[in-house]
Design a protein around this ligand. Structure first.
Ligand SMILES: NC(=O)c1ccc[n+]([C@@H]2O[C@H](COP(=O)([O-])OP(=O)(O)OC[C@H]3O[C@@H](n4cnc5c(N)ncnc54)[C@H](OP(=O)(O)O)[C@@H]3O)[C@@H](O)[C@H]2O)c1
Length: 322
């Protein structure tokens, strides 16, 4: 495994981040395809053995049970100080007032709930899962700063939003002497490259580390367009992100992979890893071999010709995933 600094911070992260949305009690929350604790633990262990030290979860994943499963496994298998543990806030945790969003009340409540579920006294990266259009950005940024100053988070990050929103949050923090975001967790992969217009250049200019979610387009980049898995059959959100016009890119990945004689996932991840702002793709795994492919992608250098083949079929997409 290779390690890089996250953006312009001094924090070391493994070049693969393990996406922990795959882990959670299946009948809790929105994802019926998740792995329960017994099935999740060997994958977390295998990731650690492969040198992955960076783990991404969220309060909303499987109604908090992702955090619980990940927290228990890491406490058993890892040394806390080596691990970079990231979680998120914004999604609705219960119906009724103050059940979601980025108000001071929600942030202060949810960080404590996340820490309890994770079984730790701090997270390394506390991320806002989305933009909250109905809470003043000053309120959100000051609350996040206070979370950091209370020692409950080492750094803060943001996730999918417009570049103008991210920029506004950053300059609001700077103007007030508050903690700024060090990372952007956005939707970026060979099938969705709209982030190349504004967000990635902004991150490059500002020294923000990029952590793309669904780097394999939720599995689409790993198999034939028409192939169905248990997850793809029930992954409602994933079903809305991609379009028929993406088939050609999926075929290009297959062709480059076949030429090299490697699994397609390695090609799709290697393409992301060569981008200059790229800290670590957040890879979702449901089988042990998925971890091996992700790790192998770190050492795979694509040629310029292969990159042209992978990129040439891309067609612009409507903005999605915000
Ligand atoms: N910030 C956000 O809004 C946001 C949104 C989404 C996700 N995330 C984060 O990003 C992480 C990853 O998301 P994701 O699971 O959608 O990512 P992904 O890596 O694009 O997709 C993972 C899926 O791809 C397939 N796969 C992975 N490796 C494979 C391999 N080597 N060979 C064949 N198939 C392979 C599996 O599909 P099958 O299970 O179908 O076989 C797996 O479930 C999440 O866990 C979460 O931490 C964040």
């Amino acid at each position: 495994m290779e390690y890089v600094k996250l953006g312009s911070t001094g924090l070391d992260v493994s070049r693969i981040c393990l996406g922990c949305m795959s882990f959670g009690i299946p009948d809790r929350g929105n994802h019926t395809w998740t792995l329960d604790e017994e099935a999740s633990r060997p994958l977390i262990r295998r990731a650690l053995e492969a040198g992955i030290t960076f783990f991404d979860t969220a309060n909303v994943y499987s109604d908090g049970t992702s955090e619980e499963i990940v927290g228990r496994a890491l406490a058993e298998y890892a040394r806390r100080d080596e691990i970079v543990l990231a979680t998120k806030v914004h999604g609705r945790m219960r119906s009724g007032p103050n059940g979601g969003g980025l108000s001071r009340k929600v942030i202060m409540t949810e960080i404590d709930h996340s820490l309890r579920r994770l079984g730790t006294d701090h997270v390394d990266l506390y991320q806002i899962h989305r933009w909250d259009p109905v809470t003043p950005v000053e309120e959100t940024m000051e609350a996040l700063h206070d979370v950091v100053k209370a020692g409950k988070a080492r750094y803060i990050g943001a996730s999918s939003m417009y570049a103008w929103q991210f920029s506004k949050a950053q300059y609001t923090a700077r103007l007030n002497g508050w903690t700024r975001f060090v990372s952007m967790q956005n939707h970026y992969n060979l099938l969705y490259r709209e982030e190349e217009r504004e967000m990635l250049p902004l991150c490059a200019d500002q020294g923000v580390g990029v952590l793309p979610w669904s780097p394999l387009a939720r599995g689409r980049l790993t198999r034939d367009w028409d192939e169905i898995t248990e997850r793809s059959r029930t992954d409602e959100f994933g079903g809305r992100l991609y379009q028929e016009g993406d088939r050609a890119t999926v075929e290009a990945v297959a062709a480059v992979a076949a030429e090299r004689g490697v699994p397609r996932a390695r090609i799709a991840l290697a393409w992301l890893l060569r981008k200059s702002t790229m800290a670590a793709p957040i890879v979702g795994v449901t089988k042990p071999g998925h971890i091996d492919d992700a790790v192998a992608a770190v050492g795979l250098a694509l040629t310029d010709k292969e990159v042209r083949t992978l990129e040439e079929s891309y067609r612009p997409h409507p903005i999605s995933g915000h």
